[in-house]
Write a protein that binds this ligand. Structure first.
Ligand SMILES: Cc1cc2nc3c(=O)[nH]c(=O)nc-3n(C[C@H](O)[C@H](O)[C@H](O)COP(=O)(O)OP(=O)(O)OC[C@H]3O[C@@H](n4cnc5c(N)ncnc54)[C@H](O)[C@@H]3O)c2cc1C
Length: 393
């Protein structure tokens, strides 16, 4: 399959050496590995450990804190290659963008305390507790509260869909520190905390796994008088929502890169199977009914890839890239879903057999229409913030 020119028209993909090394690492985790995990609902600890030891999950941590200090497009290249190889970066992608919260808004002491240990793999920062049962898309109506008491905060409430919580040492938690009735804007009064989950387990923190249609290690979390030292507040009290927003562009761009990787995986599978499989005495790929959906999904992926590149380039200059990051996520999630659908149709009945991996990747890539932000909300963002139409909610 012809590859996109990520570094500019006519040039090869950006970060070719990193891509090659990631592909080599992924080759050590073949289909059988992921199929077994999927069946057992188990976390890919070995895979994540190897990515950590190779330094990939610390790609965005600056060198002075022990990371690789790569730009966002480097991290995007890593995640894209993981997905393209048929592996699942959802097991670990959060570490890349969640740590940005500490980097951008944490105190120097917090950065020195946590970032080098995250970079070395001593501490895992894979959990991000924002969503609650009563507040999904409408984040500011969340109810988990953190009440200041002397040198600590006492946290009560509940989160849902806190992924990888059982495989993380730290969690970034968003909680209300000033009741909604007492703030001028509903976005005020929310604060971010670094929670030491290992210390809090059985001391006010309870984690319950949620089984989902794909193997995602997601959980619901209950807080009952959980204590968090006041020193673990990130930035200023009451400004947490702003800090969360500031990390969203990076998250959108990285997830979009994963979707591009998924779309490439599906399309490579489709094209190769369509050339081999003979029905009525000729390859099914000779039929335009088989070719066209695969070709269209490929074109969609290439367009999405350009938008991912543009969004990352803007991000790296420090410019506002909200529109591009959102559009990259929208287009890439649509492209991966179209490629997945075409791949199932191309494989006919065999798409449903576990051994082909298609049904697994199909389930995995479906998530990105919903999380970490749903397609509808991106469309609302474009309508309101790019096109100047009235706010719809
Ligand atoms: C597997 C998985 C992993 C996740 N991991 C995490 C995690 O690690 N941390 C975390 O904090 N959260 C996580 N999430 C939560 C995820 O971010 C939310 O599911 C997502 O934001 C949507 O929220 P919701 O599910 O409550 O949907 P709702 O907010 O209930 O929305 C339901 C549907 O209505 C649509 N909708 C709502 N309002 C509007 C509107 N005004 N206009 C048009 N359409 C609208 C939405 O687009 C959606 O399709 C995860 C979710 C899943 C499924």
């Amino acid at each position: 399959m012809h590859d996109a020119a990520q570094a500019g028209p006519g040039a090869g993909p950006a970060f070719p050496e990193i891509r090659e090394e990631v592909a080599k690492l992924c080759a050590r985790y073949p289909s059988a590995y992921w199929q077994k995990l999927d069946r057992e609902g188990r976390y890919p600890s070995e895979f994540v450990d190897e990515l950590t030891q190779a330094g990939y999950l610390a790609a965005l941590i600056p060198e002075e804190y022990g990371g690789a200090g790569l730009p966002l497009s480097g991290a995007a290249a890593i995640l894209e290659e993981i997905q393209r190889a048929g592996c699942n970066g959802a097991a670990c992608h959060a570490q890349m963008y969640v740590m940005g919260t500490i980097l951008r808004h944490g105190s120097e002491a917090q950065k020195r305390q946590y970032l080098p240990r995250i970079a070395s793999g001593e501490l895992r920062l894979q959990a991000f507790g924002v969503t609650e049962p009563g507040s999904g898309t409408d984040t500011t109506s969340l109810r988990t509260e953190a009440r200041r008491s002397g040198d600590r905060y006492i946290v009560n409430g509940q989160k849902i869909w806190t992924s990888r919580a059982e495989h993380s040492d730290l969690m970034i938690l968003l909680a209300r520190t000033t009741p909604r009735a007492e703030v001028k804007k509903r976005t005020d009064g929310l604060s971010l905390f670094i929670v030491d989950m290992q210390a809090a387990k059985n001391r006010g923190l309870t984690i319950r796994p949620i089984r989902t249609m794909m193997n995602h290690s997601t959980t619901e979390i209950f807080f009952e008088d959980m204590e968090v030292p006041a020193g673990n507040l990130i930035g200023e009290e009451g400004k947490g929502f702003r800090y969360v927003l500031s990390g969203m562009n990076a998250e959108r761009i990285l997830i979009a890169a994963e979707c591009v990787g998924d779309a490439k995986w599906f399309t490579e599978r489709s094209a190769s199977y369509a050339g081999e499989r003979e029905v009525f005495g000729r390859p099914i790929g000779q039929n335009q009914g088989i070719q066209f959906p695969v070709a269209r999904a490929y074109a969609d992926m290439r367009a999405a890839e350009l938008m991912v590149r543009e969004a990352a380039a803007l991000y790296e200059t420090g410019a506002d890239c909200g529109a591009e990051a959102n559009m990259a996520k929208l287009l890439a999630a649509d492209a991966s879903w179209a490629a997945a659908e075409a791949c199932v149709q191309t494989h006919g009945g065999f798409a449903f057999a576990e051994e082909y991996d298609i049904e697994r990747k199909f389930r995995e890539t479906r998530l990105y229409q919903v999380a970490p932000i749903s397609t509808n909300l991106i469309l609302s963002y474009i309508a309101e913030h790019v096109l100047g139409m009235p706010r719809s909610y």
